[in-house]
Design a protein around this ligand. Structure first.
Ligand code: ATP
Length: 304
């Protein structure tokens, strides 16, 4: 009998331990899942977070910029945006196209928080922009408007607006990035070369690239770019395109596009009409799915 009881004891004990261990394992797995969920929730101050490199990513980042049924009207004006929804994932390039007055530039102004959305939500890195102080938000965003101002004075003076403490080496590196290295080589003045009143000594394409260089010096992970509508000659067109390509590396781009070369290279194109998103897709997709896009691509986007 004793032998039988001992046998049962040794049989049951490991079973009991196994059940206990199994229960503990379940509890542990539940906790692990909760920790994962907590880590996945955007935390306060997430707008300051630099996105991890691709190798560090174990799951997709939240979209870097997300319009969620955004509505907007300028003060005392009619609504100009209606239920605009699309996301710009981190590290990708999105082009906005549409007829004049469709609301493209307004979308950039909302990301910069020049105005507040009047319906829906606009999030950067998963955080509603209304919850992020403007200076913190703008430190993450480089914004280049269509006719970006160039100040009378030197090349150096114009660049240092973006980063007052930048070294000459940094200034030259960013000039190379936007294909403007030649400006600092043009005369013996180097970086102190004069650009003229309003940048008149520069071409239109050079002025836009100087504005991009200025925005880049602040090192923003996101660039909002309102492409110039002005006709550029083939050389300036190619230089702008190369500058945008260089800028796109490791950055998120939202571009109001007026050039076919810009949309062809975009990961995503958002077609706006009358303040509404009427189609999204790549150039190849939209060419077959969106009559408006086809029309814009053939008639309105500047083809070189
Ligand atoms: P474009 O290609 O001509 O630059 P867009 O698609 O960028 O056009 P927006 O400039 O965003 O269009 O303009 C959208 C609408 O908002 C238009 O009806 C425009 O008249 C209006 N609008 C733009 N800026 C303002 C402003 N500061 N105050 C009032 N209304 C504005």
């Amino acid at each position: 009998l004793v032998a039988f009881v001992m046998f049962l004891f040794f049989l049951v004990l490991p079973l009991g331990q196994a059940v206990h261990a199994y229960t503990q394992l379940q509890t542990g797995l539940g906790a692990l899942q909760r920790i994962e969920e907590i880590l996945d929730v955007p935390v306060e101050g997430a707008a300051d977070r630099i996105p991890p490199g691709p190798a560090a990513r174990t799951r997709p980042d939240p979209p870097m910029i997300e319009f969620d049924r955004v509505g907007f009207g300028y003060p005392d004006g009619p609504p100009v945006l209606h239920e605009v929804s699309f996301a710009v994932p981190a590290g990708t390039r999105t082009a906005l196209v549409g007829p004049s007055g469709a609301g493209k530039s307004t979308l950039l102004a909302l990301v910069e928080r020049f105005y507040e959305v009047t319906a829906g939500a606009l999030r950067v890195d998963g955080v509603d922009v209304r919850d992020v102080p403007r200076d913190v938000l703008r430190a993450r965003l480089g914004y280049v408007e269509q006719e970006a101002p160039v100040l009378a004075g030197t090349l150096r003076g114009n660049l240092l607006i973006g980063a007052p403490t930048a070294t000459d080496a940094q200034l030259r590196a960013v000039l190379d990035e936007v294909n403007l290295g030649h400006l600092a080589e043009r005369t013996a003045d180097g970086l102190d070369v004069q650009v003229g009143e309003g940048g008149v000594l520069l071409s239109g394409g050079e002025r836009q690239r100087l504005a991009i260089a200025r925005a880049l010096l602040a090192g923003p992970p996101v660039l909002l770019l309102d492409e110039p509508t002005s006709n550029l000659d083939a050389r300036n067109e190619a230089a702008l395109r190369r500058a945008i390509d260089a800028v796109a590396v490791r950055r998120t781009l939202l571009i109001v596009a007026h050039r076919l070369s810009t949309v062809v290279d975009a990961d995503q194109i958002v077609v706006l009409d009358g303040g509404r998103v009427v189609a999204t897709g790549t150039h190849d997709q939209l060419t077959t799915t969106s009559p408006l896009y086809r029309e814009l691509a053939t008639h309105q986007l500047l083809v070189t």
